[in-house]
Design a protein around this ligand. Structure first.
Ligand code: ZN
Length: 210
C-alpha cells in the first residue's frame, strides 16, 4: 500500500488503514487478476478458454472433448458474488495494477523464452539505475527512463502506469498474457507452440517485484 503521509508513525499508518481515508491512503497495489493461472474457465489441451457467462451457457462442458471444463476463479467468484461486477464500495482507495517488469520487457522484445539474456540485460540496467521494479514502474521520470532504455520500453511503462495494458486471461493452469498492442496477435502461433511445450514460468507474488 502506498501512503501519502508526511510523518509515517506506526499509529498514523494504522489509522490510515482503519479509516480507509482516500486522501491519506492513495491506492492499493495488486496484479491483474486475469494474470492468474486459473482466471477463466477452460481446457488447456483443447485450447478452450471462456468467461463465466459463456462457460455457463454451454453447461461447463468442453466443446472440443465434451468433458467438464476446469472452472476458473472468475466464474467461482461470479457464482458467490452478491454484488454486481466491478462494484467498489464508496470511499475505498483505488487499485493500481502492476505486472512483473521482466515480463513487460519480454512482451516488448517479443521473446518467447522468459530467461533470455536480452530481457535480463534491459531489466538489470533499469534496476541498477532506479533500485527496484516499483520505482521503475510507478515513479521514475520518463526522461530518466529514456536515458537507460529504448523508447519502446518507456512506452510500455507509460502503458502500465495508465493501465492501457491488456491481459489475456489465464485458464486451466496457463498464465495470463500481457498484450501491449493489439497487433501482437502475430505472435499467437509462436505463443501456442510455447504453451504446448508446457509453460514453466514460476508463480510470482508481488513481493518478488517490490
Ligand atoms: Zn476439452
Amino acid at each position: 500500500n502506498v501512503f501519502d503521509l508526511k510523518v509515517l508513525s506506526y499509529e498514523e499508518v494504522v489509522n490510515a488503514i482503519r479509516s480507509n481515508d482516500p486522501h491519506r491512503f492513495l491506492f492499493t497495489i495488486e496484479t491483474y487478476p486475469e494474470y492468474g493461472k486459473y482466471h477463466w474457465t477452460g481446457h488447456r489441451s483443447c485450447h478452450v478458454s471462456l468467461p463465466p457467462e459463456e462457460a455457463r451457457r454451454i453447461g461447463n462442458i468442453c466443446p472440443v472433448c465434451h468433458k467438464k471444463l476446469t472452472k476458473g476463479v472468475d466464474q467461482r467468484v461470479d457464482e458467490l458474488a452478491d454484488r454486481p461486477k466491478g462494484f467498489r464500495p464508496e470511499g475505498v482507495p483505488g487499485y493500481k495494477h502492476l505486472l512483473p517488469l521482466s515480463e513487460i520487457i519480454q512482451t516488448v522484445l517479443g521473446v518467447s523464452y522468459p530467461g533470455a539474456q536480452s530481457i535480463w540485460k534491459v531489466y538489470n540496467s533499469l534496476i541498477r539505475r532506479f533500485g527496484n521494479e516499483y520505482t521503475v514502474l510507478l515513479e521514475a521520470p520518463l526522461s530518466e527512463l529514456a536515458k537507460v532504455v529504448d523508447v519502446s520500453i518507456v512506452d510500455a511503462v507509460i502503458r502500465v502506469r495508465e493501465e492501457r495494458v491488456k491481459v489475456i486471461p489465464g485458464y486451466d493452469g496457463i498464465y495470463g498474457e500481457i498484450r501491449l498492442h493489439d497487433e501482437e496477435r502475430k505472435n499467437i502461433r509462436e505463443d501456442l507452440r510455447h504453451k504446448l511445450k508446457g509453460n514453466r514460468r514460476e508463480q510470482r507474488s508481488l513481493a518478488d517485484y517490490m
